[in-house]
Write a protein that binds this ligand. Structure first.
Ligand SMILES: Cc1ncc(COP(=O)(O)O)c(C=O)c1O
Length: 387
């Protein structure tokens, strides 16, 4: 079991931060990497042409290890999840009569790109939700049933961003394979904290914004593209994506070919000398901790508190059907939601209200005491209602 890693972060002692799904706090080592990187441009002569390629390659190699990708060349650097997901959507073959499957209340970065493509091609978006109160089981069943020969693509997360329902990507991939459909995954709310294997799941695309569970800075993420996308059209034509771009002396010998793999899909100025070393440092730390141990840690510190909340009448998915780093708590009528919000705010306990659930998202800097503080807020809302 991992010990608490709070000393590696710069968290205020009076703050109970259970909101990494909103934005993770920054590791001290990542801040240091950023400061060092920022000062480098004061002496631009120390930035060699090779640096445009070597650092971002090291970042891709580390991410490839984290999510079990055999070839790091199949990774692109992206400024946002929406950039990667729009790239996937624009390069997914679609036609009238075909269906794009998404889940109910999907995060907009993985909805709008498909909505645009549906308008352009005459394909339709089919939204799939859970039919019964046992959300995860019934949701996965509904998704499997929704996959038919008309399905062109399933665009989904590993978990639902608002309440943590866990999608059975292996079973979904199998069924999608039977009809030749694409699987495009937004891993922003899971990759880094929940084990993910590209080798096992074989998505057509996996897109991850970096500032949540990858513990990186804002505005840099990573996207994996499978074979079917590798001859696609990028959102922009940047020179560094073209073959031989390493040869700075010959850049106007224009090239028609791109660099191999998914390099064509990387954002312009992908070498981003400030953000790349920061995200790289964060991924090295995640590799050391390992996502499976992050899950175990988060499960362990929350266990007692979540039992108490269940006794108060709160609803949570059973542990085997949800992730431990992000989950939604649904309130019973005996808890006054406004009073709870007030109590959380006055006690500086940070969580998010998303849809009908209160979203809790701990990490390795949290402790069982943080969960006791959370339970205290629930109790005061419960007592307040009955007085
Ligand atoms: C599931 C999910 N995807 C993506 C994002 C971020 O999207 P983008 O990088 O496009 O701003 C969020 C932010 O909350 C999210 O919850």
């Amino acid at each position: 079991m991992l010990p608490c890693q709070r000393h590696l972060f710069d968290l205020d002692p009076e703050v109970t931060y259970l909101n990494a799904a909103y934005m993770s706090p920054q590791l001290k080592s990542v801040t240091e990497a950023g400061m060092e990187a920022l000062s480098r441009k004061s002496k631009p002569w120390t930035i060699e042409p090779a640096d445009f390629f070597t650092h971002e390659r090291a970042l891709r190699e580390t991410f490839a290890q984290l999510v079990e990708i055999d070839n790091p060349d199949q990774l692109a650097l992206i400024p946002s999840a929406s950039y990667g997901l729009t790239t996937a959507a624009r390069n997914t073959p679609l036609s009238a009569g075909q269906e794009i499957l998404v889940v109910d209340e999907q995060f907009p970065s993985n909805y709008y790109p498909w909505q645009r493509r549906a308008e352009e091609t005459g394909a339709t978006i089919r939204v799939v939700g859970p039919a019964r109160p046992d959300r995860t089981t019934s949701w996965n069943e509904a998704l499997l049933e929704a996959i038919t020969p008309s399905t062109a693509v399933l665009a989904i997360g590993h978990i639902h961003w608002a309440d943590g329902s866990l999608f059975d990507l292996v079973a979904l991939r199998q069924k999608l394979n039977e009809v030749g459909a694409y699987l495009v995954i937004d891993g922003t709310q899971s990759v880094g904290a929940l084990p993910f294997s590209v080798r096992d799941i074989q998505p057509d695309a996996l897109v991850v914004a970096g500032y949540k569970w990858l513990l990186g800075p804002y505005s840099l993420g990573l996207a994996y593209f499978g074979e079917r996308y590798l001859t696609g059209t990028p959102l922009e034509e940047n020179w560094i994506a073209r073959r031989n771009s390493e040869q700075f002396g010959g850049l106007v010998e224009y090239e028609t070919d791109y660099q191999p793999g998914a390099a064509r899909f990387s954002v312009g100025e992908k070498s981003n000398f400030n953000l790349v070393p920061m995200l790289h440092r964060a991924l090295q730390q995640l590799l050391e901790w390992q996502p499976a141990r992050i899950q175990d840690y988060c499960a362990d510190i929350a266990r007692e508190a979540l039992e108490e909340l269940a006794e108060m009448g709160c609803y949570l998915e059973p542990t085997e059907r949800r992730a431990h780093h992000l989950y939604g708590i649904r309130l019973p009528r005996t808890i006054d939601a406004d009073r709870l919000a007030e109590s959380l705010s006055s006690n500086r306990v940070y969580v998010s209200r998303r849809g009908s659930a209160l979203r809790i998202s701990p990490h390795v800097y949290n402790t069982a005491d943080d969960f006791r503080a959370l339970v205290g807020c629930f109790r005061s809302a419960l007592l307040a209602k009955s007085t």
